[in-house]
Design a protein around this ligand. Structure first.
Ligand code: PHE
Length: 458
């Protein structure tokens, strides 16, 4: 495919929307609250915000640079900028991560479809908190239903990827994203007026610093990368479609702010309710699905609210799965010279197999574990906590070592036509702070820093 024939995003708003569409998804509304809950609340949130600012933002700007500068897919981009080098391993890491993320993400996305159906049939009303929890567990550990929904969700993503109706999706996001935002605010208000709401707010915003451990830091960093869709080439692929006029720095800032705002709203929506309905904050991946129905149950027209909410959540998930699928499809299509249809089919087939295994690993295959984790948890852990930060670290190394600062600055300022006030600060963070911090967090989690400390102190 020649560079000239590649598509570009239509409008300025389209660029931001598609990128926000990739970033905002289940990561914000499903994964963020359950990570906060499992990692002790406010202390996690604090480190998360620091990771977003000091690691996430510089990595995002760097990905935008690579993508728009090379106009290639995640793996090809590195070959374009540094031919005959081993740097394209970053791209392969990303393509593999996209597959693996879709392997568990599609299962959770499938759950949202089940909840849409339940809202329509009215089975989300008049139940106690314990009944909601029990029903979810019966459903998610079952065999046929969750697999069927996973299949349907992958099929939806597949159709959009092959038929190129992304324009429609872009247009739909223009309405859906603001709607999701509004409904989140409404649900926050409802949640904040429940009994014991203040306990949830204190859990979320009042940090207990003794809770900070190496695993909390690793989880916060992983969540930052996962939520911003960075470290795996997704934003390289998207920005390869950006036009020369797109303001890369501003787009990165806008996407980061919106993504973080949605996660915070999700936290304010969930935790007051968690404490009000006596749900364990450490409930794990099911947290949102067992908490929210209780909130809807306390609202007049609860079924209608839950219907609207889960439709919007499914759409937010869809704009994310599209971006993940596109990473893998664009790679197969451009590097292996296949038709779009064939490439997409190959990718969808692979995801379906992973999706089936990870869904069953929550139920009948629970006893088969990898390093003590179910297949579902394993995919989640390896991608978010290892592959994405590792990819981000390499992306910074790559641009720091292989790209002339002048070229970097020219691309990020659109050949000098816009200013980048903090260019030197950005460059410093990208070259030194981000890669070193990510490396240290890895070493810390592996216990290597403690070990060295032990040797020194002996
Ligand atoms: N950021 C998306 C979310 O929060 C998930 C995602 C991760 C999408 C990595 C693309 C790449 O739901």
């Amino acid at each position: 495919m020649t560079h000239e024939s590649r598509a570009t995003f239509g409008s300025k708003l389209g660029v931001v929307l598609a990128t926000v569409g990739s970033a905002v998804g289940l990561g914000n509304i499903w994964r963020f609250p359950y990570m906060v809950g499992e990692n002790g609340g406010a202390a996690f949130l604090l480190i998360y915000v620091l990771c977003i600012l000091f690691l996430g933002l510089p990595v995002m700007i760097t990905e935008f640079f690579i993508g728009r500068h090379s106009h290639r897919n995640a793996a090809g981009a590195f070959k374009e900028i540094a031919p005959d080098s081993k740097w394209s391993v970053i791209g392969y890491n990303g393509v593999l991560a996209a597959f693996m993320i879709l392997g568990f993400y599609s299962v959770v996305a499938g759950w949202t479809l089940e909840y849409i159906l339940q809202a329509v049939t009215g089975s989300l009303s008049n139940k106690s908190a314990a009944e909601f929890a029990n029903d979810f567990s019966v459903f998610s550990t079952g065999i046929i239903k969750p697999i069927l929904w996973t299949f349907i969700f992958i099929a939806l993503t597949h159709i959009i990827i092959v038929s190129g109706v992304k324009k429609g999706i872009e247009r739909a996001s223009k309405v859906m994203m603001p709607m999701l935002f509004i409904i989140l605010v409404i649900l926050c208000v409802r949640s904040l007026t429940l009994d014991n709401a203040e306990k949830g707010i204190s859990f979320l915003f009042n940090p207990d610093f003794s809770k900070i451990t190496s695993s909390v830091i690793l989880s916060a960093m992983g969540q930052a990368f996962f939520s911003l869709s960075i470290g795996m080439g997704c934003l390289i692929t998207y920005s390869s479609y950006f036009s020369k006029a797109t303001n890369l720095q501003r787009t990165a800032l806008e996407v980061t702010i919106l993504d973080t705002l949605v996660a915070l709203l999700a936290g304010v929506m969930i935790f007051p309710a968690v404490f009000s309905f006596n749900i364990q904050p450490t409930a794990g991946p099911e947290l949102v699905f067992i908490t929210l129905p209780n909130v809807f149950g306390q609202m007049s027209l609860g079924s209608l609210w839950s219907f609207i909410f889960f439709v919007l959540l499914a759409l937010a998930a869809l704009t994310s799965t599209i971006s993940l699928h596109e990473v893998a499809t664009a790679y197969v299509l451009e590097e292996h010279k296949m038709s779009r249809r064939k490439a997409a089919l190959l990718v969808s087939g692979g995801i379906l197999v992973l999706g089936i295994i990870s869904s069953l690993s929550l139920g009948i295959w629970k006893q088969y574990t990898i390093f003590g984790l179910t297949f579902f948890d394993f995919l989640d852990y390896v991608t978010a906590k290892i592959m994405l930060p590792f990819g981000g670290m390499l992306i910074c190394f790559f641009v720091g070592r292989r790209v002339d600062k002048k070229i970097l600055k020219a691309e990020l300022t659109n050949e000098g036509s816009i200013t980048f006030h903090f260019f030197n600060t950005y460059a410093f963070f990208m070259r030194y702070v981000a890669p070193i911090a990510i490396g240290l967090i890895f070493l810390n989690e592996l216990g290597i820093i403690k070990w060295i400390n032990g040797i020194i102190l002996q």
